[in-house]
Write a protein that binds this ligand. Structure first.
Ligand SMILES: [Zn+2]
Length: 427
């Protein structure tokens, strides 16, 4: 079994603690030993990697991934890509994300082609293509007129949704997705401002429909996650014990109390990256700030900032991931979300990093996200200190190594690390 010893590194272990000097031994696909301070690891038959003082940290985890999005400008375009072409885009996206240091993706929804993410996951696991670990999701299970229902009378059109109305169709939708191999069931309990039949503060489903979906997903031991923007939709999700709550932009302090009472179990994610870039960075695509304001995006972002600053103070587990996969926030720029956590939600840089590592690992449900003995060796070597500035992770040139499951995706950039070694040591 191969053994790699990383020396002359500073370790960010994923918990949010300060960087500390140390050494890490990787054996096969596992982190075998971690030594900090002046302690040294003794081992024979090892390949030594001298990190030149670079930062060793867990691979990034994207907790709200849409790996099959096409960097489109409008959702129906996702439906217009034939499956064969779409599969190739998905394969390319997976590699792009791994290039950027994302070693694991928790899918927040697939697209209207149910098998796409599943086939991608299986191909990556078989070693046919490079890509992150992936938990594949269903399309957005949505009601007639809800977010993801693109149908027009007399014309076929689809994007990201699987339409199910009523108890029986809900059960069938979950069974179908389970049969095709998804890990995550996504249900849209609220609409959105782009949906023609259910606005962002409208409930798309009844209690009976949500209950049926949850029951069918639980029976099959699938993760269940929800798109829910309004207070009522989050209340409904809580009532049915859905613990992975996306958006929640408009929740009230009373609903926050309910969440806080269950904070060990609940994961939340604002997914504000898309909202931010649509308001401020989409003018090249004809979306001016005034136009975005007309879509109520500013109201949405302001409310989201209020809510998540409060959730942070209450110690709720909040995860990054900002619906990357549109033209103005393309796949591969996902690390931008950590900067949003700092600027919009008041996180420290190391708290934001912890959200993308330790908390992401908890969400994935496997031993990843920490530099700790017994954890899987998904590791990055970073030129610089991301606990002082998370934005350095947005430039893949700062990634001096990407390792997934003990294997290099990007070999250690030894020349660059040697130069670091010669440079005067940072404080
Ligand atoms: Zn999303």
């Amino acid at each position: 079994m191969s053994q790699i010893l990383f020396k002359n590194i500073k370790i960010f272990d994923g918990t949010g603690k300060k960087l500390c000097a140390g050494e890490v031994l990787v054996q096969g696909n596992m982190i075998q030993k971690v030594a900090t301070g002046t302690k040294k690891i003794r081992a024979s038959n090892v390949k030594v990697v001298d990190g030149g003082g670079a930062t060793l940290m867990p691979g990034l985890i994207e907790p709200h991934a849409h790996v099959c999005y096409t960097d489109c400008t409008q959702l129906p375009q996702v439906g217009q890509v034939p499956p064969e072409d779409h599969m190739l885009i998905a394969v390319r996206n997976a590699k792009t994300m791994l290039d950027q240091g994302f070693t694991a993706l928790f899918s927040a929804a697939g697209v209207a082609k149910i098998r796409l993410e599943v086939a991608l996951k299986e191909a990556i696991n078989a070693g046919h293509f490079p890509g992150p670990r992936l938990l594949a999701a269903s399309p957005e299970i949505t009601s007639t007129g809800g977010l993801g229902d693109e149908r027009l009378l007399h014309l076929h059109q689809e994007s990201i949704g699987l339409i199910a109305d009523g108890r029986d169709e809900m059960i069938r939708a979950v069974r179908l997705c389970a049969r095709e191999g998804v890990d995550n069931i996504k249900i849209n309990i609220s609409g959105d401002q782009f949906a023609r039949g259910a606005g962002m503060e409208t409930l798309s489903y009844t209690d009976e429909e949500v209950a049926a979906c949850v029951e069918a997903a639980n029976e099959r031991k699938l993760n269940i996650l929800t798109h829910a923007r309004s207070d009522g939709s989050i209340r409904m999700a809580l009532k049915h014990n859905i613990n992975i709550l996306y958006h929640a932009d408009f929740i009230t302090p009373k609903t926050m109390d309910l969440i806080e009472a269950r904070k060990k179990k609940i994961f939340m994610a604002p997914a504000a990256g898309l909202i931010y870039s649509t308001i401020y960075e989409a003018s090249d695509w004809g979306i001016t700030e005034e136009f975005a304001e007309g879509l109520e995006l500013k109201r949405k972002l302001e409310s989201c900032m209020r809510v998540y600053n409060e959730l942070r103070k209450r110690g709720i587990k909040v995860l990054p991931g900002g619906d990357y996969g549109f033209a103005w926030n393309p796949i591969g720029t996902n690390a931008r979300d950590l900067e949003h956590f700092v600027n919009l939600f008041g996180y420290s840089h190391s708290e934001a990093l912890r959200a993308a590592t330790q908390l992401g690992g908890e969400l994935m449900g496997i031993n990843i996200g920490l530099v700790k003995e017994g954890y899987l060796a998904d590791l990055l070597l970073v030129n610089g200190d991301p606990t002082q500035d998370v934005s350095i992770l947005q430039d893949s040139d700062n990634l001096l190594m990407v390792m997934k499951d003990g294997e290099y995706h990007k070999e250690p950039q030894l020349e660059q690390m040697a130069k670091l070694r010669l440079a005067p040591a940072a404080e």
